[in-house]
Design a protein around this ligand. Structure first.
Ligand SMILES: Cc1cc2nc3c(=O)[nH]c(=O)nc-3n(C[C@H](O)[C@H](O)[C@H](O)COP(=O)(O)OP(=O)(O)OC[C@H]3O[C@@H](n4cnc5c(N)ncnc54)[C@H](O)[C@@H]3O)c2cc1C
Length: 400
């Protein structure tokens, strides 16, 4: 699948888009399945990475009374699910923000039907939409017929995991411990970390971003097969950046898209949006979501100072100098600069996605398993896709 085909697919599935076409939202979602698994497995498990996939895998092992430890390189849990609480009067998602499917998926992840009813959601269907093309901002409010999905009202993706998943697993998470090698040549598997700590496990679930596998941050012994390596190197994960800016006055629409109508619908690379939309806040918080080449334009500038300068300059050009006039404060989340993320999310560019994912998730000697957003077929590049892949992997691991 080439990039354009992927983007078209993304439009219909909602994968990777900040906004989602209303047409197919939540169609075809399959149930994640029961968390309790009939198993003879009695060993211990190490999960590498405490993002959505790692935390969901831990939650499932906890429910099945399987001993496990989650080893996370960063000083915080969450991975690409990250929150800032003190920037505005509502918590802001610095990574995943939209719920790219029916919110009932939250109940499915926790396997508790009450969860979704316990959270307030926003129907996210921006009403004022402008399009920037050839140096002009044009009103295109009729676009609002094409966009509708969901966001959290008072919480975030991070808040969801913190409230419903973390309490039962947090005692088993070790932070600040980058895994450097996984050796499955012996009878048990040896996991070694940057500080020289060595742990043994019967099974290991690797949930690190595809870019971390591409960059060979973790050495596998024996080495990964050439088939697996080829698949890893053929999945793209490019730059990713989010910026939030507070202004004294509001001068921008609910959403500002780029290019022609078709380009705005099919390309997901860059959007300015009112981050306070329906949050019940009086603050003026503008978000910038950008990935791939558009993100590289900013991340290649080399410093946060130059990024915000570029963003304010471009807003001034589009909105007649109002950005610098009303600017108050900003926060930048450069995902490409996170040492254990290194980009936005996966795109399958070449080959059949099904066979690529099958090759990647095939366990190694029944000892090393893989999970994470890149391994979801229906929901690649999303949080619920990462959780879905964890359900699938844990089920296969405990049934083997
Ligand atoms: C800018 C941006 C916007 C997005 N918007 C949305 C959205 O609106 N909606 C949506 O559903 N999805 C969105 N996504 C995608 C979503 O965030 C991801 O698909 C999902 O969070 C990935 O979860 P994961 O567990 O697969 O990977 P991650 O969250 O990346 O978790 C992997 C973990 O592994 C850790 N790790 C890496 N290397 C090592 C090592 N050597 N040793 C130990 N630990 C290691 C990392 O620190 C990380 O915590 C967005 C992503 C980005 C970047």
């Amino acid at each position: 699948m080439d990039k354009r085909e992927f983007i078209k697919k993304g439009l219909t599935l909602g994968a990777g888009l900040p906004f989602l076409s209303i047409i197919l939202q939540s169609c075809g979602e399959e149930s994640l399945g029961a968390p309790l698994i009939d198993t003879n497995f009695s060993g211990n498990v190490i999960i590498v990475g405490a993002g959505a996939a790692g935390m969901t895998a831990a939650y499932l092992l906890q429910r099945n009374n399987i001993p496990y430890e989650v080893i996370e390189a960063a000083p915080v849990i969450g991975g690409r699910v990250k929150r800032i609480q003190d920037f505005a009067d509502f918590p802001i998602d610095l990574g995943a923000e939209w719920i790219h499917t029916d919110p009932s998926i939250l109940s499915e992840i926790v396997n508790d039907p009450t969860v979704t009813g316990d959270i307030d959601f926003i129907t996210y269907n921006p009403q004022t939409i402008h399009l920037y093309k050839n140096g002009k901002v044009r009103e295109r409010n009729w676009f609002n017929n094409f966009y509708s999905e969901w966001k959290f009202k008072n919480t975030t993706w991070f808040g969801f995991f913190e409230r419903f998943i973390l309490p039962s697993i947090e005692d088993n998470i070790t932070l600040n411990l980058p895994v450097t090698s996984i050796d499955s040549s012996g009878s048990t598997t040896t996991v070694t970390t940057a500080h020289g700590n060595v742990r043994q496990a019967d099974r290991v679930i690797v949930t690190v971003p595809i870019k971390i596998l591409q960059d060979e941050v973790i050495e596998f012994r024996p080495a990964l097969s050439s088939e697996k390596r080829e698949v890893i190197n053929n999945i793209s994960m490019d730059d990713g950046l989010k910026v939030f800016i507070e202004f004294k006055e509001r001068f921008y629409p609910d959403a500002l898209l780029f290019g022609s109508f078709i380009e705005a619908l099919t390309a997901d690379d860059k959007t300015y949006y009112d981050a306070a939309f329906r949050k019940g806040s009086n603050r003026n918080i503008l978000g910038l979501f950008t990935i791939n080449d558009e993100a590289t334009r900013y991340t290649s500038l080399g410093s946060d100072e130059r990024i915000i300068e570029e963003v304010i300059n471009e807003l001034d050009d589009m909105f007649d100098g109002q950005a610098s006039l009303h600017y108050q404060n900003h926060v930048i989340q450069n995902w490409s600069a996170e040492p254990y993320i290194r980009g936005s999310y996966s795109y399958t560019f070449s080959g059949s996605q099904n066979s690529m994912v099958d090759t990647l998730k095939a366990p190694i000697n029944n000892k090393i398993y893989f999970a994470g957003e890149a391994l979801s077929i229906d929901a690649q590049a999303t949080v619920h896709g990462a959780s879905e892949s964890a359900y699938d992997t844990v089920r296969r691991m405990l049934s083997a």
